[in-house]
Every structure is written in structure tokens, then in C-alpha cells.
Design a protein around this ligand. Structure first.
Ligand SMILES: [Ca+2]
Length: 267
């Protein structure tokens, strides 16, 4: 009886290990952080026209989810538009196609506020543990810096360092920035955001270049997620082989003990 219950226990352990190895923590949570102010109308139109190809690129990672945080500026009537994480392509396309542009006021926008809102994820359904985390930032204007008064005035409280620290603290989340147009201040800050968070910087001169740059960013994100997935799968395999090895040794010992008992009893 004792041996019987041990074998049952062992089978359960082996079964559980196979189960967890199959459930490798594979996945990607991607947030699009998109400038939705007036000047972005033609860029958003381009993104809409290629939305299906963009989502297909991200969907190369089987466990993908996509959320969107649209932003304008703090004095605008609607500063943020949140579309929670989804892995339903139709729903994601619907969200992209519902984006509308307006407002913005002065040239800089609430870029840091939007990134911190995305990194915090409270408004969009929270990051998952153990998956790759990335943000594609897309805009044509620089961030309002801490202490800016703005026009109309608003309370700007954050710096680029605040964003980089918050991104690092969530696993990290890597920022891939797509800068549109020729604002040199925006280009500098977008590049620094990517550098500080181990993401990449992309520059689109015209609206028609935007989808191509987003797809290039998505490709890099997918590659990184696949690399991470593979490393985790390898670890699961190593653990599985160790357990199988132990289980086999255990069974061999039991078989020898049983054989000895049978031989002793026969004598
Ligand atoms: Ca503004």
C-alpha cells in the first residue's frame, strides 16, 4: 500500500510538471500611446488604413494583448482615451478605427502624463506577470516638462526620469517611440525615452511613413518577446528533465525493493 500511494503521488508530480511546462509564461502586453491632437489627423488615418497589418504583426506572439492610451493635453476637455487590453483582433481594430483627433492648444502635449498612465495600467486592465511588456509611443510634438505653465495653463508635474523609472519598475516595459514630422525637441525627447527604457526610436517624415515605422517597431517587440519566451521555455524544460530523472530513479529504487521483497518472501 505504501509503495502504491508513493507511485500515485509521483505520477501526480510528473503530470503537474508536464502541465506547467506546457503553460510556459509566453506572451506580450503591448500598449499604443497615441497623440490624438489636431495635427495628428492624417497620421491616425494612415494607421487606420494599415491597422489590420499592424495587429497581425503583433499577433505573431501567440499570447499577445493590445491596449491603447490616446492622449491630448491637460487643458483639453478629454485628455486621455483608454482602450483596455484585448486579444480580440476585431475589438482592437474597432478601437483603432474609433480614434478621433482634436485640441492640443500649444505645441507640447501631455506625453509624460500619458506614458505614466499607460505604465500604471490601472485604466486599461493591468499588466500580466511574466510576459514581455512594451509601449509604442506615437506623436509629433514634444512633452510638456515639469514646471511648464503651458497655454492654456496647467499643472505639469513629471520629468522624463519619472517615466523611465516607472517603466523600469514594471519588469521593465520598453518604450518604442515613433516620432512624426520634424520637431527637433520632440525627436530628442522621443529618442531619449526609447534609450532610457531599452526600446528603439523610429522617425517618420510623413504621415504615409507612419504604418511602416509602427510595423518595424512591432517586429522588434515581437523578436524580443520570442527571445524571452524561448529562454523561459528552456528553463521549464530543464526543470522537467530534472523531475523526470528523479522520478525514473525513484521508480528504479522501488522496483529493486519490490524485487528484493519478492525474492526474500519466496525463500
Ligand atoms: Ca499642447
Amino acid at each position: 500500500m505504501k509503495i502504491g500511494s508513493k507511485i500515485i503521488l509521483l505520477s501526480l508530480v510528473i503530470g503537474a510538471m508536464f502541465f506547467f511546462a506546457g503553460e510556459a509564461l509566453a506572451g506580450l502586453d503591448l500598449i499604443f500611446v497615441i497623440d490624438l491632437t489636431g495635427s495628428m489627423w492624417d497620421d491616425i488615418d494612415e494607421v487606420k488604413s494599415q491597422a489590420s497589418a499592424i495587429v497581425d504583426e503583433v499577433a505573431e506572439v501567440s499570447g499577445y494583448r493590445i491596449a491603447i492610451v490616446g492622449y491630448r493635453d491637460l487643458p483639453d476637455p478629454v485628455t486621455f482615451e483608454d482602450f483596455p487590453f484585448s486579444r480580440d483582433k476585431e475589438e482592437i481594430l474597432e478601437n483603432i478605427n474609433s480614434l478621433t483627433t482634436s485640441g492640443g492648444g500649444d505645441i507640447p502635449e501631455a506625453v509624460y502624463e500619458a506614458l505614466l498612465r499607460a505604465i500604471n495600467t490601472e485604466a486599461i486592465g493591468n499588466w500580466r506577470d511574466g510576459v514581455s511588456k512594451a509601449i509604442i509611443l506615437m506623436g509629433d510634438a514634444p512633452p510638456h516638462e515639469k514646471g511648464d505653465i503651458g497655454s492654456p495653463p496647467a499643472d505639469y508635474k513629471y520629468t522624463l526620469e519619472d517615466v523611465a523609472r516607472a517603466a523600469y519598475e514594471v519588469d521593465p516595459a520598453n518604450i518604442y517611440s515613433v516620432m512624426i514630422g520634424d520637431n527637433s525637441d520632440a525627436a530628442e525627447k522621443f529618442e531619449e525615452l526609447a534609450d532610457e527604457t531599452d526600446g528603439s526610436f523610429f522617425s517618420a517624415a510623413e504621415a504615409e511613413d507612419v504604418p511602416e515605422k509602427i510595423i518595424a517597431a512591432a517586429k522588434e517587440i515581437v523578436e524580443e518577446a520570442e527571445k524571452r519566451e524561448k529562454e523561459e521555455t528552456d528553463w521549464n524544460k530543464i526543470i522537467l528533465y530534472i523531475v523526470i530523472g528523479l522520478a525514473v530513479s525513484f521508480l528504479v529504487v522501488i522496483a529493486i525493493v519490490v524485487a528484493i521483497i519478492i525474492i526474500v518472501k519466496k525463500k
